[in-house]
Write a protein that binds this ligand. Structure first.
Ligand code: CA
Ligand code: CA
Length: 728
């Protein structure tokens, strides 16, 4: 059975496909590929003769289209390039038709070892052709393909998680001891902040050797044991990748200082102005320092966007880019499942070295220390930085293809209020993809607002901003905090609201990023100048004493709180002293207490993680139902399932709020019931919504301050979906 007489529509496909872009030679190539695909000879072929046809991605290099009827949908894919084009191409078909997440390979021209492909990540070589039978996102789930879309990514600072050898520093063996716990809360992907050899001037983000483990965390053998343990649990591990800079103690920088010809261009150098007496320009970095430091050894200035002990690599030097790929390969060979790239906004600087203009904020803040006093037109988000991210994405694609590895994840960190800049890291289109997860910090920006601005309308603004701007070819993500943002619990209008924010994090469509300890609602620990010896984050001192207490990020990096029984919450032994003091709340706020309690933040968190693995939370649709100052409500639905999530943001003392969701959902039947699926820990057991399984009528749903609720609607979806469709 040849391809042209089976998979192509009966009518001439030339009339249906947008073939304007094809040259006549290309069309001939399509035809000449007929014999590449031998379809299995069974009744499924009927599909192709009677089903409908829709073009998918059609370019000079690719011809692809869908065939479908009511039961099944197929994607036919033909890479038309000749052998002279050896590049591996990556295509994204997600969202082009229905809510399909992956496809089973039913016929293929090549020795494909995989049985299925994720539609976001279809890799292809010249001449390759195949037929995929598409599956709904939530159906027939294959963890090897789209693991990162459904997972929670758990950020761990190894130093702060668990100490195994009583030196006060958390380490790799300690982390191994806690894998049972991490697995028990449903986490599948762990992201470790840097564990590489480092003088530790910036929590290990000042790396002196990219291909080893800092002795304080253990050895490479320990690391390999960790990888094996993680994988044996069907979990994944990703590492921090810090391509922007090294430590000044790195051998490359030491060689560069000596004018070693091999390393002379590994970093960014400038003679300075006025015969070297003045800095090359006015650039100021995000760590409160000018970006230039004079190196007497070379009588030149070196560039550092962050601390002066973190010289920036010259990412226009191909040798440096090769070194970085060698580093990625080193860790991939040890089995890691991807990377989170640090500070991607800062990768490339304009090599005209022009001054940067002052921003509107400059009149209110000191331009000698505050990053926001400038428009960073020359040093941030340069087009070449986006190109580097795409280049690393391609590198990972090639690695996974060559080594038959599952999908390798690439997460990027770019703090920016301008949402478009953040979105740009995803790549411009389906073919030119960059980051998989360009971290969405919008909820953390909401938490930065002052008390008067923390309410439902402001929250809605941030959530909507993301949803409206996320490109169609990209997958969303949500994050409540990180090692750089304060603890979410300490920044909410009320700590009780944390449960509602778990619902936003875990039940909206997208990958969730969780900072260790946030699952037990850990709080910031204040650090003050009365005890300067306690402060590890020395960056804070760059802003002057006035700002140290406000700026130090130690507040959110304190050791994990495991138990009430041991003097240091089980983080380290009684005889050791933790490298950073514990937060005072640990005796009441710890894993052990929350496991014992009948209801706790931890238990709710675990329940919501389980829920998010199911349809419609994975792969289903999402729509806001209500946003007021007090309430935020949204629905998730797919086929026969529809869920309503309601979060009441009013602080204690506020009147209870009653809402008519029958009216809001424009429900035809007038009587609509919901079943309680999950509820915030502060909802009393005696309340009508106090127990899972309780059924309530939705024309009068009453929530007290800080209460949050997940309900499954007991209705025919057909009736609801009518109103959803009408509204869109
Ligand atoms: Ca240790
Ligand atoms: Ca840079």
């Amino acid at each position: 059975m040849s391809l042209s007489s089976s998979v192509f529509p009966r009518e001439s496909f030339f009339l249906l496909a947008p073939l304007e872009s094809l040259h006549s030679d290309d069309v001939k190539r399509v035809i000449s590929l007929d014999d590449l695909i031998k379809l299995p000879h069974d009744d499924s072929l009927a599909q192709f003769s009677i089903g409908e046809y829709k073009p998918a991605i059609v370019t000079n290099d690719l011809f692809s289209f869908f065939r479908f009827n009511e039961q099944k949908t197929y994607l036919i894919f033909i890479d038309k390039r000749s052998e002279s084009d050896a590049d591996l191409r990556r295509y994204n078909f997600f969202g082009l038709v229905g809510t399909f997440g992956k496809g089973k390979i039913v016929a293929s021209s090549s020795k494909q070892t995989k049985k299925s492909l994720n539609l976001t990540n279809v890799l292809s070589n010249h001449g390759q052709a195949f037929v995929l039978e598409l599956c709904e996102l939530y159906e027939d789930y294959d963890e090897s393909q789209d693991w990162w879309m459904r997972d929670v990514i758990y950020e761990v600072i190894t130093a702060s998680y668990q100490d195994s050898n009583n030196d006060g520093f958390g380490d790799i063996q300690g982390l191994r001891q806690r894998l049972d716990y991490i697995q028990s809360i449903g986490i599948k992907t762990i992201w470790l902040t840097p564990i590489y050899p480092s003088p530790w001037k910036d929590y290990g983000y000042d790396i002196s050797n990219f291909c080893d483990i800092d002795p304080r965390f253990g050895t490479l053998d320990d690391f390999c044991q960790l990888v094996a343990d993680v994988h044996s649990r069907n979990m994944r591990l990703i590492l921090d990748f810090v391509p922007n800079h090294t430590s000044n103690e790195h051998t490359w920088f030491q060689a560069a200082l000596r004018n070693d010809p091999n390393y002379v261009d590994y970093y960014v150098w400038h003679e300075g102005k006025n015969n070297g007496k003045d800095l090359p320009n006015n650039w100021l970095g995000p760590s409160g320092q000018r970006m230039w430091t004079y190196a007497p050894e070379r009588k030149m200035y070196y560039l550092h966007q962050f601390l002066d002990c973190q010289p920036d690599l010259n990412l226009r030097n191909d040798k440096v880019l090769e070194e970085l790929k060698r580093i990625l390969r080193f860790w991939l060979d040890l089995g890691v499942d991807g990377f989170r790239a640090d500070a991607v906004r800062h990768l490339i600087e304009n090599d005209d070295f022009r001054d940067e203009p002052l921003s509107k904020k400059a009149k209110d803040i000191d331009p000698n220390i505050f990053y926001d006093a400038y428009e960073h037109t020359e040093t941030a988000d340069q087009p070449e930085s986006y190109a580097l991210v795409r280049q690393w994405r391609r590198f990972l694609d090639n690695y996974s293809y060559d080594n038959c590895r599952d999908y390798l994840l690439f997460v990027t960190e770019a703090y920016h209020q301008d949402i478009q800049k953040v979105m740009n890291y995803y790549g411009a289109n389906r073919e030119e993809r960059g980051s998989d997860v360009s971290i969405n910090f919008l909820i953390t920006y909401y938490l930065d607002k002052n008390d008067n601005e923390q309410h439902g309308l402001e929250l809605d603004k941030q959530l909507t901003k993301w949803q409206k701007n996320v490109p169609r070819h990209a997958w969303s993500n949500w994050c409540l905090g990180s090692h750089d943002s304060g603890r979410v619990t300490s920044r909410l209008p009320s700590t009780e609201l944390i449960d509602g924010f778990y619902m936003l994090l875990l039940l909206q469509s997208g990958t969730a990023l969780l900072y260790y300890g946030d699952e037990i609602a850990m709080c910031n620990r204040p650090f003050t100048l009365e005890h300067p010896e306690e402060i590890v984050d020395i960056t804070a001192f760059n802003y002057g004493e006035k700002y140290v207490e406000e700026r130090t990020r130690d507040c959110q990096r304190t050791p994990m709180q495991w138990t009430s029984h041991s003097p240091y919450a089980g983080f380290t032994s009684a005889t050791a002293k933790p490298y950073l003091p514990l937060a005072d709340t640990w005796p009441e706020l710890n894993v052990e207490q929350q496991e014992k309690a009948e209801r706790s933040h931890l238990k709710l968190f675990r329940q919501l993680v389980k829920l998010r693995q199911q349809s419609p939370f994975y792969g289903g649709h999402q729509k806001k139902v209500l946003a007021t100052k007090e309430l935020y409500a949204f629905i998730r639905w797919l086929h026969s399932d529809i869920y309503l999530i309601v979060i009441n943001q009013t602080t204690s003392g506020h009147e209870p709020i009653t809402t008519d969701f029958v009216k809001l959902l424009k429900y035809q039947n007038k009587q609509l019931f919901g079943e309680v699926v999950a509820k915030s820990t502060n909802i009393s057991d005696t309340s009508p919504i106090g127990k899972e399984g309780n059924r309530i009528e939705l024309n009068q749903l009453t929530l007290q301050s800080n209460e949050s609720l997940v309900l499954r609607l007991l209705s025919s979806v057909l009736e609801i979906s009518l109103c959803i469709d009408n509204d869109e």
